[in-house]
Design a protein around this ligand. Structure first.
Ligand code: SF4
Ligand code: MSK
Length: 648
């Protein structure tokens, strides 16, 4: 297929053309080999939850309408869906648990390579957990926070502290009424596996209810813990310039690509790669230095905090390796294609796995241990330096790099909108109320070879900002926006409607705010909670003129994210439909009736312009409901009016 039909990214197109000439395979080729994909799977109608099966339901109603145990289409599709949520919530939350372990080690040890970098955030988060702050040492507060956070994963009684401390009270009441307030993170995931076992639940709504509860345990629990402890431990992000796309690889330097999701090792890799001894070693081997670049969400973690350039998003991981310029691709967990194992053997690249949870055939395994973090990081950097001399043949790096500003957080967004002397969400709320900003949209998620690479993200984002909708972005969507120049402050004048352009230019922010990795979708939740708390835009997140989207989603984590946004009251559009379309009652519930229960709902739309139109329509309907769409007559003050403005 023509590379231009596979990707809208110039660097990816160039590499795909090169790949066609070399005969190597990519995810796009393997996708075509899978066509036509299984219709039962797409519709959610196959079940292999026990060995009486596998069973499948005939979507045309000519064949069986029940599995051997009697499960119908709604039951089977709902069980499959909530198992996807369990996997997604588990991935995010286990990431959170790993960060919590690193945090605990940093708190307990005096000789560890990690330390608390953001004391202010430590105190803010600890206060939310009701931990005494006044008159206490940092270490004491951190020790209490470490215990409190660890308890969130496995406690047997009560509900999540963060689900009560962060969301607006009105939202908490919605959850209480429906009975979906998350209890503990692990429990909700385990309970999905229990409820979906043969012969347990068959009521599709009751199954979805547990999916909702587990997704909330992810968004307002596991993911939030991952984000907040990472900020405390590695430093809260601050707006920072970054470079993006395959052109950030440097032919003359030792290139190390860090890929996956967890920042613990990559953060240390960034630090040790700047050590003079290692830089000298790289020069002794004929390189000009050491170049660390990121891929997927590990990239987002170190880009947000250190401005480390990002080589690409999910569908570019094979392409980065195919440049022949990568000495080491260092991976941790999630979104790492197994294909990298055999592909790395066609090049000099060493693929190194580091997590006991993620070993890949064809890769070398160097297990990461937090208590030897710097030592292991140095070992890996040295391996990369030694490997520089082993490059084979010609290196092919597309000369394509964009720049942008990343590093926005719940805490610093308001500094930018409010300015140094007016640090509150008031200016954001006021600009929404006065209509300069119509509303906000979270555009997040992956790439998927079913859609042209990056096209869905970019087309949707451009349509939203053209209509004065401020966009916040995470994950591979944020990387797509960065590569396309949408994170340059100048993008406001080029792509935005008049109102949004005015706000962005006044404050000096880009119209698309990079708020981090996949777990950092929790930042979007806390921004929404802050906007509600600031006042003037309703009592609940479901009152706000906001919407969410994942225009190229593929991972189970995206299903959990989508569900926790819907459950938090957000209208959420995804391109590829959830695998439920063979189950009519379940589909109707998710895309319509669920709104009565939660204030948010799902929509499926592959055309990014139409999807953006649906989001804008929703935003306008919320503005109408808030009564802020009324055109106000502008009053020009004369001297008499001014004299009347007596300052008390
Ligand atoms: Fe078939 Fe029921 Fe077993 Fe699923 S759980 S495989 S529908 S018998
Ligand atoms: S990395 S989950 S492909 S966004 Fe977070 Fe990208 Fe999706 Fe992975």
């Amino acid at each position: 297929m023509d590379p231009k039909q596979r990707s809208s990214d110039k660097a990816a197109q160039e590499m795909l053309k090169h790949v066609n000439e070399t005969g190597l395979e990519t995810a796009w080729d393997r996708f075509e080999q899978q066509e036509p994909q299984c219709g039962f799977g797409k519709l959610g109608l196959c079940c292999r939850n026990c060995s009486m099966g596998p069973c499948r339901i005939d979507p045309f109603e000519d064949g069986p309408q029940e599995g051997i145990c009697g499960a119908n289409a709604d039951t089977i599709a709902a069980r499959n869906l909530v198992r996807m949520i369990a996997a997604g919530a588990a991935a995010h939350s286990d990431h959170g648990r790993d960060i919590a372990h690193t945090f605990k080690m940093a708190v307990e040890s005096d000789s560890c390579d990690y330390m608390i970098k953001d004391e202010l955030k430590l105190r803010e988060v600890a206060a939310r957990y009701d931990i005494k702050i006044e008159g206490r040492e940092t270490k004491e507060i951190a020790a209490d926070l470490s215990d409190a956070v660890m308890a969130e994963f496995g406690k047997q009684e009560g509900t999540l502290v963060s689900a009560a401390a962060y969301p607006p009270p009105a939202r908490q009441k919605v959850w209480e009424k429906l009975g979906v307030t998350p209890r503990s993170i692990d429990r909700e995931i385990v309970e999905i596996m229990h409820r979906t076992h043969i012969g347990v639940g068959s009521d599709y709504k009751n199954l979805v209810k547990q999916g909702i509860r587990a997704s909330l345990a992810d968004g307002w629990g596991g993911s939030l813990i991952a984000t907040e402890l990472s900020d405390i431990l590695f430093g809260s992000p601050w707006p920072i310039r970054f470079g993006a796309n395959l052109g950030v690889l440097d032919e003359k330097q030792v290139n190390i690509v860090v890929h996956g999701h967890e920042p613990s090792l990559s953060d240390i890799i960034v630090a040790v790669s700047q050590e003079p001894e290692l830089i000298k070693m790289s020069k002794d081997k004929g390189a000009e230095g050491i170049n660390i670049v990121g891929m997927c969400c590990t990239a987002n973690e170190i880009l947000m905090r250190h401005g480390i350039p990002v080589a690409g998003n999910f569908l570019q991981q094979e392409l980065a390796l195919m440049t022949g310029a990568v000495e080491v691709m260092l991976v941790d967990v999630q979104c790492i294609m197994p294909a990298l194992g055999s592909l790395s053997n066609c090049f000099h690249t060493k693929l190194i796995t580091t997590s006991p949870k993620c070993k890949i055939a064809g890769a070398e395994h160097i297990e990461f241990e937090e208590d030897r973090a710097a030592e292991i990081a140095r070992q890996i950097v040295k391996l990369a330096i030694e490997n520089f001399a082993n490059r084979q043949g010609k290196v092919k790096i597309p000369n394509v790099t964009e720049h942008g500003i990343a590093g926005f957080t719940t805490e610093n967004i308001f500094y930018h909108l409010g300015g140094r002397f007016r640090a509150s969400y008031r200016p954001l709320n006021d600009n929404i109320i006065n209509g300069r900003i119509r509303g906000a949209a979270g555009v997040v998620g992956c790439n998927n070879p079913k859609q042209m690479h990056d096209y869905g993200h970019l087309t949707m984002i451009k349509e939203l900002i053209k209509n004065d909708v401020l966009v916040v972005s995470t994950g591979c969507s944020a990387i797509a926006a960065g590569k396309a120049g949408l994170m340059r402050p100048e993008a406001a004048a080029k792509y935005c409607g008049k109102g949004l352009a005015e706000v962005c230019e006044t404050v000096g922010i880009p119209p698309v705010l990079h708020v981090g990795s996949c777990v950092d979708n929790s930042r979007i939740l806390t921004v929404l909670a802050n906007v509600v708390a600031e006042g003037g835009l309703g009592e609940d997140i479901s009152d706000l003129p906001v919407a969410g989207a994942a225009p190229e989603w593929m991972s189970e984590k995206a299903v959990s994210i989508g569900m926790y946004f819907v459950a938090s009251g957000v209208f959420t559009v995804i391109a590829e439909p959830l695998p439920v379309l063979g189950a009519p009652n379940l589909t109707r519930y998710l895309t319509d009736e669920i709104e009565k229960d939660l204030g948010g709902k799902w929509a499926f739309e592959r055309d990014p312009i139409k999807a953006a139109g649906m989001m804008i329509e929703h935003i306008e309907s919320k503005r109408d409901a808030l009564g802020i769409n009324v055109e106000k007559e502008r009053k020009l003050y004369d001297m008499e009016d001014r004299r009347a403005l007596v300052v008390e």
